[in-house]
Ligand binder design. Structure first.
Ligand code: AMO
Length: 430
C-alpha cells in the first residue's frame, strides 16, 4: 500500500511521487498552513498543506481527522530541512484507512503518563509512545547482537519443548497443565534439553520463553520471561564466564553504536563492561556483607537486601562465583575437593541478577546421587539419564534473562516496561 517508509524519505529525490502511511500523531493548524505529523513503524513524516497549493476540500478533510487514525497519503516529496528526514510530503490525496473511533485514555505523544497498569490495559496504543518505540528497537538490536555473537562463535540455534514432564529448577515454581490425559508443566528453562543437545551439536543456544510460577511481585520478575540459554561441550564454568562476558561487551557495543537516537530519546547510556569482569566468591560476598553489619550464615541464599548492599559495594558488572552446592539445582557440578561448593556463577549488574550458570554434572551416577539428595526421584528423569550412557561430554552453560538485560540496556527500573505483554501474578491480559 505504501511506496516509502518514513526512514526512506531521507534518500528520495525531491519532486517524486510518494505514497506513505501511518497514524496521525498531531495536527498543527495555522490557518493558511496545516502541518500533519504521521508516525509509521520507523519514525515521523511531515505532511504539509498550504492554502493555494492544496485544495480547500483536502485541507478541510485533514483538519477533521481524529488523532491516531490510520492514514495513507499520496503526494510529492519536497525538501525541507526542518521536517523529519529533511523531506516533507505535499499531499494530493489522503485516505483514512481506519478512522480512530475514540481518543486513547492518555496522551500518547506527550504530557503526563498515567500508571503503568492503565497503559498496559491498552498496550498496543501505549507502545506508540516514542520512548516505548526506543526501548523495543533496543530490544530488537539486542537480539540481533546475541544471534550474531553466537553464530560467529560456532553455536547452533535450537528450540526445545515448552511442554515438559518434569521440573528442572525446583518443584515449587511450575505451571501445571493438562496434556491430554496426563499432567504436564510449562518449562521453567530448557536446561536438560540444551545439555543433551551438546551431545549432537557441541555448542547450542536458544532464545525462548521460560515460565516461573513464583508469586513474586517485584519490578524484576515475570511469570513468563525470555531466556537466552547457551550450552557448551568440553567446557567448564570458567570458560563459559568468558563467553558470557564477551557476549555482554558485544551487545552493549551494538547498542552504543547502533541505537544512538534511541538512547538519546531515553536520555540514558548503558555502561560498557570492562573485561575481565570481577569474579567475587560467595564467601567473599559474606565478608562484604559482614563489613556492612549484615551477618549471613554460610549456605543461605542472598536476598534482595544483601544484593542491594553488594551492588553498592561492587557496582557495575561482576560475577558471584562458587555458590554453596545446596543452593544450586541438581545438574550443577560440585567443586573439586570442596564438595560443599559448586562450580557455578551468577552474572550481576549492581543488584540485579542477569544470568546464572555453571559446570554440569556429566557423570550419570553422580547425577542420580544429586537428584536423590534434592529429594527428586531419578526414575522421573529416566529419559534424560538414558542419554548419559552414550558419551555425554563434560559441559557447561548459562541462562541470561533477556528482559533483565534490556532493562540494563535501556535504564528501565521495571521489567514490564521492556516486555510487550508482561505476565505476572496479577496480569494475564491483554
Ligand atoms: P535461573 O533460574 O537463574 O537459571 O534463570 C536464569 C536467568 O533468567 C532470568 N529469570 C527471570 N527473569 C524474569 N522473571 C523471572 N521470573 C525470571 N527467572 C529467571 C534471570 C536469571 O538470571 N537453567 C538455569 C540457567 C543455567 O544454569 O544455564 C536457570 O534457569 O535473569
Amino acid at each position: 500500500m505504501r511506496t516509502h517508509r518514513s526512514v526512506d524519505l531521507q534518500d528520495v529525490e525531491e519532486g517524486i511521487k510518494v505514497k506513505v502511511a501511518g497514524w496521525l500523531a498531531s495536527c498543527r493548524d495555522q490557518g493558511s498552513i496545516l502541518f500533519i505529523i504521521i508516525r509509521d513503524g520507523w519514525g515521523e513524516i511531515q505532511i504539509t498543506l498550504r492554502k493555494g497549493e492544496t485544495s480547500e476540500k483536502l485541507m478541510e478533510k485533514a483538519r477533521h481527522i481524529p488523532p491516531h487514525s490510520a492514514l495513507v497519503v499520496e503526494g510529492i516529496a519536497r525538501r525541507d530541512l526542518r521536517a523529519p528526514w529533511g523531506m516533507e510530503v505535499v499531499p494530493s490525496r489522503i485516505t483514512i484507512a481506519s478512522r480512530a473511533r475514540r481518543a486513547p485514555p492518555f496522551n500518547v505523544y506527550g504530557g503526563d503518563l498515567p500508571s503503568l497498569d492503565k497503559r498496559l490495559d491498552v498496550r498496543a496504543v501505549d507502545l506508540r509512545r516514542v520512548k516505548a518505540q526506543a526501548i523495543f528497537k533496543i530490544r530488537h538490536l539486542t537480539l540481533q547482537a546475541i544471534r550474531e555473537f553466537f553464530v560467529g562463535e560456532g553455536f547452533l540455534e535450537v528450540q526445545t519443548p515448552k511442554i515438559i514432564a518434569t521440573a528442572t529448577e525446583g518443584g515449587a515454581a511450575l505451571f501445571p497443565l493438562l496434556y491430554f490425559d496426563k499432567e504436564a508443566f510449562l518449562a521453567q528453562s530448557p536446561q536438560l534439553y540444551k545439555e543433551q543437545l551438546t551431545m549432537a551439536f557441541d555448542r547450542v543456544f536458544e532464545i525462548g520463553p521460560i515460565f516461573r510460577a513464583e508469586p513474586s511481585r517485584t519490578l524484576r520478575h515475570l511469570s513468563e520471561a525470555i531466556s537466552v540459554d547457551a550450552e557448551i561441550a568440553f567446557a567448564e564454568y570458567k570458560s563459559v564466564m568468558k563467553v558470557l562476558e564477551e557476549l555482554m561487551v558485544r551487545v552493549v557495543d551494538k547498542i552504543l553504536n547502533g541505537a544512538r537516537r534511541e538512547l538519546e530519546i531515553l536520555n540514558y547510556k548503558p555502561e560498557r563492561p570492562k573485561l575481565p569482569m570481577p569474579r567475587i566468591t560467595y564467601r567473599r560476598c559474606l565478608e562484604i556483607l559482614k563489613g556492612r553489619n549484615s551477618n549471613k550464615p554460610f549456605g543461605e541464599d542472598l536476598d534482595a537486601t544483601d544484593l542491594k548492599i553488594l551492588g553498592e559495594e561492587l557496582g557495575g558488572y561482576y560475577f558471584i562465583i562458587d555458590w554453596p552446592l545446596r543452593l544450586k539445582p541438581f545438574y550443577i557440578k560440585p567443586s573439586r575437593g570442596r564438595s560443599e561448593l559448586s562450580e557455578s556463577f551468577d552474572l550481576m549488574y549492581r543488584d540485579l541478577e542477569l544470568a546464572s550458570g555453571g559446570t554440569r554434572v556429566h557423570n550419570k551416577r553422580l547425577l542420580m546421587k544429586r537428584l536423590r539428595e534434592q529429594g527428586l526421584e531419578p526414575k522421573s528423569f529416566g529419559h534424560h539419564l538414558k542419554v548419559f550412557d552414550y558419551g555425554m561430554p563434560p559441559h557447561a552453560g548459562f541462562g541470561l534473562g533477556l528482559d533483565r538485560l534490556v532493562m540494563v540496556l535501556t535504564g528501565q527500573g521495571n521489567i514490564r516496561e521492556v516486555t510487550a505483554y508482561p505476565r505476572d501474578v496479577r496480569r494475564l491480559t491483554p
